[in-house]
Design a protein around this ligand. Structure first.
Ligand SMILES: *Cc1c(COP(=O)(O)O)cnc(C)c1O
Length: 338
């Protein structure tokens, strides 16, 4: 059954699809969970998710392969990260099997919304957990909802990958032992204003530096940073306040095992960007956003080019994209068929 969607025109915008999965936690356990058609949640006005930010979320995609099958990319990693996020804000864990089962159910029930192979479009899944139920004081909620909905989304770059420019922010995204490593909503509310400032100055987004010294790169908007050194090393920052990107860890594996590059997780000094010949931001949404240049104070540093994507970035992108759509052989356990 066709949904009359113009796959080529899809961006990253909400669209109501047919079914979503909802499971409720009460008195110490999750219920079975079920698919529902209603895309509205009715919750107590006093829910901790609304007042104290007790919530977290995930983002992953379902991909249509050349032979028409549908597959998920490393959903177990998203499940584990959701558990870490839940633990950090004192919410009950969603077991890995329950998480993967919920994602599969949602994809199957909305199969007509999975874009065709070759369109570059995918079905984006948004799992989340919120604290609900009547409550007033600052404490964990008495009840929780785990929900997964999905939306077909277009490729991040229409007309092909192109470099974009970024500017460092004077604001911090997260404190060193705060909630930066958890995918919790509060981190994103705080990023809206610095993002808007960067956009007003003509940049795609801002780069967050380490909160303690403001000398090291931490994150590029809501994506992780990587650089390719002049002797072909894949380098990415190491810090307890970075959100561990599954795309980043996948690229590290690809760099090492597929492209035979050395890989380093270490400090990346914003005053030493000269060590890199290419740089990029990575995350599920775009896979890789090549970085043209970075504005820091009164200096604008250009990497490979402001117009062209560097060769190593292209290779990394093509390999990961190929694995996700089933055209390149994946490391064991990375692909889960729906
Ligand atoms: C989700 C997210 C990323 C990217 O993670 P992926 O697992 O690669 O999608 C990076 N940084 C932040 C702050 C994020 O929220």
């Amino acid at each position: 059954m066709s949904k009359n969607i113009e796959w080529g025109k899809l961006g990253f915008a909400y669209m109501k699809t047919d079914f979503r999965y909802v499971s409720r936690w009460k008195d110490g356990s999750w219920d079975e969970g079920k698919l529902v058609e209603d895309n509205n949640l009715t919750i107590s006005e006093s829910s901790t998710a609304l007042h104290y930010g007790q919530q977290c979320f995930e983002g992953l995609k379902a991909y249509r392969t050349k032979d028409g099958k549908i597959q998920l990319f490393r959903p177990d990693e998203n499940a584990k990260r959701l558990i870490n996020s839940c633990t950090r804000v004192m919410m009950p864990e969603v077991p890995v099997e329950k998480f993967i089962d919920a994602c599969k159910q949602v994809v199957k029930a909305n199969e007509d919304f999975v874009p065709p192979y070759g369109s570059g479009a995918t079905l984006y899944l948004r799992p989340f957990v919120i604290g609900v139920g009547d409550n007033l004081g600052v404490k964990p909620a008495p009840e929780y909802i785990f929900c997964v909905f999905c939306v077909p989304v277009g490729p991040y770059f229409k007309g092909g990958m192109a470099p974009v420019n970024f500017i460092t922010s004077d604001f911090d995204r997260a404190a060193p032992y705060g909630t930066g490593a958890a995918k919790v909503g509060g981190n994103y509310a705080g990023s809206l204003y610095p993002h808007q400032l960067a956009v007003k100055k003509g940049f795609a987004d801002c780069i967050y530096l380490d909160p303690m010294t403001h000398t090291k790169i931490e994150e590029v908007g809501a994506a992780n940073f990587f650089g390719i050194t002049k002797n072909d090393k894949f380098v990415t920052p190491k810090s307890p306040s970075i959100l561990p990107s599954i795309t980043k860890y996948s690229l590290m594996h690809i760099a090492k095992e597929y492209l035979e590059m050395e890989v380093e997780e270490r400090d990346v000094l914003v005053d030493h960007l000269d060590e890199f010949k290419e740089a990029g931001a990575c995350g599920t949404a775009a896979v890789i956003t090549p970085i043209g240049g970075i504005q820091h104070k009164d200096k604008f540093h250009v990497f490979h080019s402001e117009k062209e994507v560097g060769p190593v970035t292209k290779k990394l992108y093509n390999t990961l994209y190929g694995i996700q759509f089933g055209d390149v052989e994946a490391p064991e356990g990375w692909i889960v068929e729906v």
